[in-house]
Structure formats: structure tokens, C-alpha cells
Write a protein that binds this ligand. Structure first.
Ligand SMILES: NC(=O)C1=CN([C@@H]2O[C@H](COP(=O)(O)OP(=O)(O)OC[C@H]3O[C@@H](n4cnc5c(N)ncnc54)[C@H](O)[C@@H]3O)[C@@H](O)[C@H]2O)C=CC1
Ligand SMILES: O=C(CO)COP(=O)(O)O
Length: 339
């Protein structure tokens, strides 16, 4: 096969949901997974029971575990592996870069060691070939996209023609794609909302209630805007789909793995226990440290992120941290983004 509209790298819940939805809407999609046995099971059953139970894969989804076959299947690649696997995946794809006209980052995370966004990671590995790397993000739980429930996202690249090229491949009657030239803001927002979703889950697990959750979402957005300002993102991006949109859905949804993991921590389970009970990725666990470090390096006040970091990595007690957050010095609600 070499005439697919799109190759999706990663056959977890997000890669599978997008492949199924797009194929249902007339696209031909090559879906690559690293485990031959899992791909074979998907071929036989027509489903991905491990990551997206119940969804039937339409005929337009071509399944493969062969890298060369997937790389040459189309000229648009979308990386749907977790953020900690993006650098390795990009390395694996280097020999095939002549085939790609445009790449899409679907992962929502920040590189834990370097603080780079996922498109920065891809661009660094792929230079000097430099295929344009577009970020696609927004409130989009795989389980709902697979059911073709109405969903809106944003495709972001500094050159709007590449954001539009991605929009044109991904947009359907039920999957609406906006464009934005602030790729950095879109990626920061997509990553940081996972940290705040952990906080929302902890809040649920402890039983603090809806007022506290609304406060976490609102003040979480404020600290995300401050980080974005320090790093050069556009403030309006955080009021958009990748910002408040994804923050709301991830903090309240029963589908969110990050919120769920936070809830387990709030109920008193250790991080290891909570992770052992999940087979899907909860990006916030890796991203919290990276965002906390970025905040320190750029002197940005991010008290909620700092509290989540302390719960995850310093075994801090959520009650004590909540008391500390509430007892901080009084402040005006609206401050200049730089303070
Ligand atoms: N599930 C969702 O609703 C959405 C997820 N995302 C993002 O998409 C990314 C992927 O998430 P999911 O598909 O949900 O995760 P998942 O946990 O459901 O699946 C991850 C997939 O990546 C594969 N994988 C793991 N390490 C790999 C490696 N080193 N090389 C190749 N493949 C590897 C796994 O085998 C699995 O197929 C994450 O960054 C997530 O934040 C974005 C939007 C929605
Ligand atoms: O990004 C998502 C929804 O937009 C998925 O969130 P979780 O990874 O927390 O399930």
C-alpha cells in the first residue's frame, strides 16, 4: 500500500480511535503498532480489545507492524505513541523521511529530561530534513471520537498552510479542526492539562467536592497562562480548545486516565500501586516533573503543579498541601501574566 491518506504510528486508544473515525469517513489509514501479535489479533477480530474495546475497525484501516510498509504508505505521518516514546519513534523513522511531506504530533506531553515539546523533539531528531511538524490537540477522549461523538480540536503550526493541510485530512462532520499558528501554546496547554487533571483526580479521591475542582481548573489555567507567557506562547491560546477546552474535559471526564490516576492517589494508593493497576498511559506522571522544572527555571509561580509534583514524587500528603495552598498570602485574582 502506498496511497493511504494518513499513517498513524501507535495502535493504542488514541491511534485506534482516530484511525477508526477517519476510515469511517472515507479516509484510508495505515495504522502501525509495534507488537506484531497485537496487530494480528486486531486483524483477526476487527477490534482493538486491549485499548479500545467495542470499536469495530472499518475496512479503510490497514493494519501493520512493519515500519517500512507504514512509512511508505502515505506522505502524512501522525505519531500517536506516548510522549516518552516519541524520540525513539522519530529515530526509527529517520531512514524513511524522504516519504513524508508533513508530520503530526498527537502526544500530549513534555520531554521529561529536556523540557522540549513533542514537535521540538521530532524536529531535533529529524533535522536537517525538516518535515513540518504540526501539533493536533484539544478536548478529544478516544472513546467518544471512536463513537463519532461531536469533537473539536486545533491543528497548530507557525506556518498556517501546514495547520490547514492537517485540518483537511482530519476534519469530518463530527471531528471539527480549527487552526492556530501558536504551536508552542497548544503543546504546552495539552501537556499541562494532564498535570491539572491529576490534581482534579486527587481532589475527587480525597472528596473535596465541586467547588475545589472548579478552583483547580480556574487557578490551574492561571498558572498555565503564566508559564506560557514566560515561554513566549500567545495568551489567547489558553482560552481555546487546547487550553480551557481540554482542561475542562480532562478534569471532569470519567474517561480520563490522568484524572483516574489522581483519584487513586487521593484515595491513599501509592503511585506505584496506581500505575500497576493501569495498562494505558497517564502522561501527567511524566510531565509534572518537566513542567515543575520549567516553572522553576523561568521563575514562574505554579503552586498547583508544585503540589502535584510533591504528591507524586515526594510522597506528600494531599490534605497538608491543600491547607498550604489555601493559606498562601492573599493575592489579587488578576495579575500581570509576567508576575
Ligand atoms: N486516549 C486519548 O483519549 C487521547 C490521547 N492522547 C495522547 O496520545 C498519546 C498516546 O495515548 P494513548 O493512545 O491514549 O495511549 P495508550 O496507553 O492507550 O496506548 C499507547 C500505545 O503506544 C504504544 N507504545 C508505547 N511505547 C511505545 C514505544 N516505545 N514505541 C512504540 N509504541 C509504543 C503502546 O503499545 C500502545 O499501543 C498520549 O500522549 C496521549 O496523551 C491525545 C488525545 C486523546
Ligand atoms: O487528552 C485527552 C482528552 O482530550 C485524554 O486524557 P487522558 O490521557 O487523561 O485520558
Amino acid at each position: 500500500m502506498n496511497d493511504a491518506d494518513l499513517t498513524i504510528w501507535g495502535s493504542g486508544s488514541w491511534g485506534t480511535a482516530l484511525a477508526a473515525h477517519l476510515a469511517e469517513n472515507g479516509r484510508t489509514v495505515c495504522l502501525w503498532g509495534r507488537a506484531e501479535a497485537q496487530i494480528e489479533r486486531m486483524r483477526t477480530t476487527g477490534r482493538n480489545e486491549a485499548y479500545l474495546p467495542g470499536t469495530v475497525l472499518p475496512d479503510g484501516v490497514h493494519l501493520t507492524a512493519n515500519v517500512e510498509e507504514a512509512a511508505t504508505a502515505s506522505s502524512m505521518w501522525a505519531l500517536a505513541v506516548p510522549s516518552h516514546a516519541v524520540e525513539d519513534m522519530a529515530q526509527t523513522l529517520r531512514p524513511y523521511l524522504a516519504h513524508v511531506a508533513c508530520a503530526v504530533s498527537l502526544a500530549k506531553g513534555i520531554d521529561a529530561d529536556t523540557g522540549r515539546t513533542m514537535t521540538q523533539v521530532m524536529e531535533q531528531v529529524w533535522q536537517p530534513n525538516d518535515p513540518p511538524c504540526v501539533a493536533l490537540s484539544g478536548p478529544s477522549h478516544a472513546e467518544e471520537v471512536a463513537l463519532s461523538a461531536p469533537t473539536t480540536v486545533v491543528a497548530a503550526h507557525p506556518d498556517k498552510q501546514w495547520a490547514e493541510a492537517v485540518r483537511d485530512v482530519f476534519m469530518t462532520d463530527r471531528f471539527r479542526v480549527y487552526t492556530n499558528t501558536d504551536r508552542l501554546g497548544v503543546e504546552l496547554a495539552g501537556a499541562a492539562k494532564n498535570v491539572l487533571a491529576l490534581a482534579a483526580g486527587i481532589c475527587d479521591g480525597v472528596g473535596y467536592g465541586d467547588n475545589a475542582k472548579a478552583a483547580l481548573i480556574t487557578r490551574g489555567l492561571a498558572e498555565l497562562r503564566r508559564l506560557g507567557h514566560a515561554l513566549g506562547a500567545v495568551p489567547e491560546t489558553f482560552a481555546g480548545l487546547a487550553g480551557i477546552g481540554d482542561l475542562v474535559v480532562t478534569c471532569v471526564s470519567g474517561h480520563s486516565r490522568n484524572r483516574h490516576l489522581g483519584e487513586q492517589l487521593g484515595r491513599g494508593h501509592t503511585l506505584d500501586e496506581a500505575l500497576d493497576a493501569m495498562h494505558m498511559v497517564a502522561e501527567g506522571v511524566y510531565t509534572t516533573k518537566a513542567i515543575h522544572r520549567l516553572a522553576q527555571e523561568h521563575n514562574v509561580d505554579m503552586p498547583i503543579t508544585a503540589a502535584v509534583n510533591a504528591i507524586l514524587h515526594e510522597d506528600a500528603d494531599p490534605h497538608r498541601l491543600m491547607e498550604r495552598l489555601m493559606a498562601r498570602a492573599p493575592k489579587p485574582e488578576v495579575r500581570p501574566a509576567s508576575s
